[in-house]
Design a binder for this molecule. Structure first.
Ligand SMILES: [Zn+2]
Length: 283
């Protein structure tokens, strides 16, 4: 159907459903994600992390992703994930991304508000959505380790939302990037409180490794966007190794990327269906 904004796919706020946001790295993952969404006829968010976009030459991958979105039979958001600076957001907007995340979560509340407003003013002028983050996540965030996990403070969130004009807010409720060490422990009481206080949709990063029950509870309590990064990487590399292992002398550059793309597509299709409505069977 088309390239759409993040704001559009997360509406309306009072309806309980979520949209999956999946990380792209190359053509194979971009195709797998769009094809997975098309298979179940649901909107999808295809993300590119700021460190991925900033690899020289990867503007071409971003441009390809944007044209895939425009040609797709379903609504596709092309979203910049975890930009820490204004310049990377502008680079993405110039390339044609329909949504950007400015992550000022490691800054002070005042500095986070300031950088978020700078990006929002520019993005809104050209119809691009903005996601911000408040509270820090544990785990590896695109190569940067966030040491102490700081959950989102409801008072800070009120102040932040009053001072900004974002379309969605990533919160920290015990979720973590990368793979969880042990059973993930999410604070749903805090999530409920945050959602009651927020007039914008809430977003959960660190989706890889959460249980179906945890996703269901999160969606019921207002989560509208769920980020999946590690599972895309893991699926790709495991499928690559397994497929190559079946016939190592073939050096199969047709079959292996195809298998990776199909495996990603399956993960995406299953998650999109579950986040839209499948979760209701578990609550
Ligand atoms: Zn994240």
């Amino acid at each position: 159907m088309s390239l759409v904004t993040l704001k559009e796919v997360m509406e309306p706020k009072d309806e309980a459903f979520a949209v999956g946001a999946f990380s792209t790295y190359d053509l194979s993952s971009a195709l797998g994600i769009v094809e997975g969404a098309e298979a179940v006829n649901l909107p999808v968010i295809a993300m590119m992390g700021a460190p991925v976009l900033n690899v020289p030459g990867n503007e071409k991958v971003a441009e390809t992703l944007i044209s895939l979105a425009k040609m797709s039979s379903v609504p596709v958001v092309v979203h910049l994930d975890h930009a820490k600076d204004f310049a990377t957001c502008m680079k993405a907007i110039k390339l044609g991304f329909s949504s950007v995340m400015i992550d000022g979560s490691t800054l002070s509340l005042e500095e986070n508000i300031a950088v978020t407003n700078k990006v929002t003013e520019a993005a809104k002028a050209v119809g691009v959505s903005v996601e911000a983050e408040l509270g820090a996540l544990a785990g590896i965030e695109d190569g940067e380790e966030v040491k102490a996990q700081k959950m989102t403070n409801p008072e800070h969130m009120k102040t932040f939302l009053e001072a900004t004009d974002v379309d969605g807010l990533a919160v920290s409720i015990g979720n973590a990037h990368g793979l969880y060490k042990g059973e993930p422990n999410l604070n749903f009481e805090l999530l409920e409180k945050l959602n009651d206080l927020s007039d914008v949709p809430l977003i959960m990063h660190g989706g890889t490794g959460l249980t179906q029950e945890q996703f269901a509870k999160g969606i019921q309590l207002g989560i509208k966007k769920i980020n999946i990064g590690t599972e895309i990487k893991k699926t790709t590399i495991e499928t690559f190794i397994e497929t190559h292992g079946k016939n190592e002398s073939a050096w199969d550059m047709i079959g292996i990327p195809k298998a990776c793309r199909e495996a990603i597509s399956k993960v995406v299709a299953d998650k999109l269906k579950f986040y839209r409505s499948g979760w209701k069977e578990l609550v």
